[in-house]
Structure formats: structure tokens, C-alpha cells
Design a protein around this ligand. Structure first.
Ligand code: ATP
Length: 362
């Protein structure tokens, strides 16, 4: 693997009593050359600390980081390659452009040691790449927020970094531009074959950018996986809750003549490949993840649910439903099924991959 993190911990020392506090705990992940990874998670979960450790701005408390086979940091060996020798580029939320330099001078900033002709050629190439050739002589403040972030990207890519780290690069931009730029930046990175690690708190952005996405929870990386597997095969109850709309329902794993099934308030679920065996939970008692798109409105279904709330989302409604025994579930329903709040409708579960967790973990 190109970037490899093993058992990485980052610890900050308290200014008050000198005690240590782990912001990142035993994180392991790997990224192939040219891969794009994205770290997401709630505020304070350690995303930025992990990114700073890769950049060399924080020393490792434990663990090891290698890039292209070179050890960047190894706590056991007290090895810490200084940030400026890692050949890693960084892009931040606030662009950090130099206001007194032109767009072209900003992009060429990291190329001081390059021969002039090569430097100028590289700056032109980078400006063309991000579609800003026409703005080379302008000052950064004469450009829009999206354009300024593209300058920051061109500046970070110009010295041919081995890896690019981007910390919430689009969060200062409005939603629509953010999504467009996320796709654009992904295309640019793929075109250059640059490996990159992003931090964001926006799931849609993570899905638009990443080949692989990591969900962090209180300093721990709960899962490092494709967007599909995070959604359909969440490794922990935290990931299941954090990604997408869904609820946990009480359930029981049972053995029937047809094989193992999961007995839920919406009936028996049978797509249990990869699901723990009944004896994995005491008495088979567990909870099952029911996503809004696992619940199908069907007038003929024996299970009825009352509509508590509904929100219109264009092609579909997100209904909040209450089953007879009081359990609330969510359901995506095509928006031509416009039922009234308070109405009872038929529902059934249509779950592709049944995901269960022990009772009390969510
Ligand atoms: N320099 C520091 N000194 C002490 N504690 C710090 C320092 N930087 C971060 N922390 C603490 O480490 C934890 C992780 O912070 P970090 O900034 O890595 O989280 P984050 O996931 O990037 O959060 P956000 O999304 O809000 O930026 C937090 O509890 C934070 O208060």
C-alpha cells in the first residue's frame, strides 16, 4: 500500500495539569497509490489530528506511518520526519492564499528552487488544469471563493507532492458550489494520479470524493470502507447511525426449518448471509437496522403503520411511521403516494443485507 497507518495514536498534553489525552487511538488504514480517502465523523472525533499526524505537524504517541515505503513517523523508534521533508501538500478551508501575490505567483510559490522556465511551464500547466489560465495576473481577492479554492489546489499540486491532504476544503463555499467543486477536484486528482486524504463532516461530499471513506468516533476509526459497504454493511452501531436515515428495531435471531431468520416487528427477514448465528446473542435477542429504503409501502402488506410525519424530497417522501406496538420507523415512499399524516398504510421490510447489533449498543 502507498500510504499505510498502523496503530496510530495522537495525544495532546493538558496545559492545566500536564496529563495526556488521546485525540486519535490506534488507527490503522491504507490507501493505494492514486487513491482518494475521506475521513468523516462528528466534531472533535480526531479527523484533523489524524491528518496533521500524516502531515508531520503532530508527533505520533504510538504507531507508525509509511508513505511509498518510506517511514514518515514511528513512535517506537522515536522517528519523526519533519513536515517539510515529507513532500506532502496541504489545502485548508480558508485557502491561505498570499493576498499581495498574483494568482500565478501564488501557484508558483512552492517552486522557488525550480529553474525559471520549468517553474513558468508548471504554473501554466496547473492554471490550465484548474481552469484559471485567464486569471493568472489577477489578485486572489478579485476571484470568487470557488476560484480561490482552485488556486489553493493548484498551488498544493504544483510541486508534485506524493500525497495531498485537504482539511474541509469546501466548507467556506455555498452548498451547490461545494458539490460541483468536489466532483471537479476529484476529476483533477484522478487526472494527475495524485493520492489524497480529505477531512470533511459532510457525508454527501465524502461520497462524491472518496474511493474509500473512514468514519471516526471519539478518536477511533470505526470503519474504513467503500461508501456502499458503510451504508449496507456498517461495522458498528455508530456507523449505522451516522450514515443515512434509519432506526434500530428490537429483533430475535431464530432457527426455522428454512434456516436462520431475523424476527422483527415487520416480519421475518431472510437475507442473513454474514449475519451472526442465533447463539451469538443471548436468546438470539438483538437489534436490527432498518433503513428508510428497506421499508416499502405496500397496501397489501399485513403490517400497518400510522404516518406521524412526512417530508417532501422531490421524487419521494420521507415518512416517519409508527407501528401498532409504538416502534417508529422511517420509509422512503415515491412521492405520488401522497398519504395524509395520521393515515394507516401497509408496510413491509425489503432488506438486502440484514445488519444486527447486540441489544443496547445503539
Ligand atoms: N492542539 C490541541 N491541544 C489540545 N487538544 C486538542 C488540540 N487539537 C485538538 N485537540 C482535541 O483533540 C480532539 C480531536 O480534535 P480534532 O480537531 O482532531 O477533531 P475533528 O474531528 O477534526 O473536529 P472538527 O470537525 O470539529 O474540526 C478534540 O477533543 C480537541 O479538543
Amino acid at each position: 500500500m502507498f500510504l499505510q497507518l498502523d496503530q496510530v495514536s495522537v495525544r495532546y498534553r493538558s496545559q492545566v495539569d500536564g496529563s495526556g489525552r488521546e485525540a486519535v487511538r490506534s488507527v490503522g488504514l491504507s490507501l493505494p497509490a492514486g487513491g482518494i480517502g475521506v475521513l468523516i465523523g462528528p466534531s472533535g472525533c480526531g479527523k484533523t489530528s489524524l491528518l496533521r499526524a500524516v502531515a508531520g505537524l503532530e508527533r505520533l504517541h504510538a504507531g507508525r506511518i509509511t508513505l511509498g515505503g518510506e517511514v514518515l513517523g514511528d513512535a517506537a523508534q522515536r522517528l519523526h520526519l519533519p513536515a517539510e521533508r515529507r513532500r506532502i501538500g496541504m489545502v485548508f478551508q480558508d485557502y491561505a492564499l498570499f493576498p499581495h501575490l498574483s494568482v500565478a505567483q501564488n501557484v508558483g510559490f512552492g517552486l522557488h528552487s525550480w529553474p525559471r522556465a520549468e517553474r513558468e511551464a508548471r504554473v501554466s500547466e496547473m492554471l490550465a488544469l484548474v481552469g484559471l489560465s485567464a486569471h493568472a495576473r489577477q489578485a486572489p481577492h478579485q476571484l470568487s471563493g470557488g476560484q480561490q479554492q482552485r488556486i489553493a489546489l493548484a498551488r498544493a499540486l504544483a510541486p508534485r507532492p506524493r500525497l495531498l491532504l485537504l482539511d474541509e476544503p469546501f466548507s467556506a463555499l455555498d452548498v451547490e458550489l461545494r458539490e460541483r467543486l468536489a466532483h471537479e477536484v476529484r476529476d483533477i486528482l484522478k487526472q494527475m494520479g495524485t493520492s489524497a486524504l480529505f477531512v470533511t463532516h459532510d457525508q454527501q461530499e465524502a461520497f462524491a470524493l472518496g474511493d474509500v471513506i473512514g468514519v471516526m468516533n471519539q478518536g477511533v476509526l470505526d470503519q474504513w470502507d467503500s461508501a456502499y459497504d458503510l451504508y449496507h454493511r456498517p461495522a458498528t452501531a455508530f456507523v449505522a447511525n451516522f450514515i443515512g436515515h434509519g432506526v434500530f428495531a428490537p429483533a430475535r435471531i431464530v432457527t426455522t426449518p428454512q434456516g436462520t431468520r431475523v424476527d422483527t416487528p415487520l416480519g421475518l427477514l431472510d437475507d442473513v448471509a454474514g449475519c451472526p448465528l442465533p447463539e451469538a446473542y443471548p436468546g438470539g435477542e438483538c437489534q436490527v437496522l432498518l433503513r428508510a429504503d428497506d421499508i416499502v409501502h405496500d397496501d397489501h402488506a399485513p403490517v400497518k403503520a400510522r404516518i406521524l410525519r412526512k417530508s417532501f424530497r422531490g421524487a419521494e417522501f420521507l415518512y416517519t411511521l409508527a407501528l401498532a406496538e409504538g416502534l417508529e420507523v422511517l420509509a422512503h415512499v415515491p412521492s405520488h403516494h401522497d398519504h395524509q399524516v395520521g393515515e394507516w398504510i401497509g408496510v413491509r421490510a425489503c432488506v438486502d443485507h440484514v445488519v444486527t447489533f447486540p441489544r443496547g449498543t445503539a
